[in-house]
Design a protein around this ligand. Structure first.
Ligand SMILES: C[S@@+](CC[C@H](N)C(=O)[O-])C[C@H]1O[C@@H](n2cnc3c(N)ncnc32)[C@H](O)[C@@H]1O
Length: 259
């Protein structure tokens, strides 16, 4: 029998297919993103659908599909998910494992495209050719965590992003990559229309924090909805994101006690 650790009630997305995966599948698929981040991200896709934002999903750094499957299960009809990875780490079995995991956990293979390539060599044109006419409403970047590749992945995401879409950056503020946020700062300075809309805090050293970026004019679509949806996870002080206030969600919010 599969062991399950039930998702806290307030983290449920309300879509049984996603919640079943978060309960029974997520921890069994090898990967790194936290279940907390998986739940919030899948809910954001549900929210986008309810708000009429349509588009596809892309992830750079798909590995064996842990986080990707949560996103794929949240797709609306006729939408697709593209997973980009060299699929050669830790072995050449990774792509097969990814496909098996998608099938096992109900992510429809006819709506999934696995692109075995080095993301750093891709051009925006090549990515546009691959995704076709679709705009990308959620783009997760979790590939090479060094400055130039991250900047490159961010430029790919920006080129195909839906005007109301989200770019999700993994492993922000991770002790193993302490200065990677400097690259995000460079990107934000070069793209003054983009904001850090929210931060999904870490669960532990492996399930690290994610930044959610979107265009400034798309922020109102998400920020109040996130605070209303996750009152028990809301760090009410928020974050100072280069002069803009951003939502901070954390598994166990608390404030320092000062007498
Ligand atoms: C930390 S794992 C991703 C974990 C996964 N997103 C999850 O949440 O479970 C990083 C992945 O990025 C891939 N990767 C790293 N650099 C890459 C590059 N330049 N192009 C494509 N994939 C890359 C690795 O092969 C690896 O599978």
């Amino acid at each position: 029998m599969t062991m399950s650790r039930l998702l806290d009630l307030d983290l449920r997305t309300g879509r049984s297919v996603i919640d079943r995966y978060l309960d029974n599948g997520y921890a069994h698929v090898r990967g790194m993103s936290s279940r907390f981040a998986g739940a919030v991200s899948a809910w954001l896709l549900v929210h986008q659908t309810e708000e009429g934002v349509r588009g596809d999903v892309v992830e750079i750094g798909t590995f064996e599909g842990r986080y990707f499957i949560a996103l794929a299960l949240a797709l609306a009809d006729d939408e697709k998910a593209l997973g980009i990875d060299s699929f050669d780490w830790p072995s050449e079995r990774t792509l097969d494992n990814f496909r098996k995991n998608c099938a096992t956990h109900g992510a429809r293979l006819d709506r999934i495209d696995a692109w075995k390539t080095n993301a750093s060599t891709l051009t925006a044109e090549a990515l546009r050719d691959r995704v076709g006419a679709a705009l990308i409403r959620f783009f997760h970047i979790d590939g090479d965590h060094s400055p130039e590749p991250l900047l490159h992945d961010l430029s790919l995401a920006t080129a195909v992003l839906h005007p109301k879409g989200l770019i999700c950056l993994d492993d922000m503020l991770h002790p193993a990559y302490p200065f990677l946020v400097a690259t995000v700062r460079d990107y934000l300075e070069a793209h003054p229309d983009m904001r850090v809309m929210a931060i999904i805090d870490r669960e532990d050293i492996i399930g690290a924090a994610k930044f959610l970026l979107c265009r400034a004019d798309a922020v109102p679509l998400y920020e109040n909805a996130l605070m209303k949806r996750y009152p028990q996870r809301h760090f009410t002080l928020g974050g100072d994101a280069l002069g803009h206030h951003c939502v901070v969600l954390t598994p166990q919010p608390r404030l320092a006690v000062v007498d």
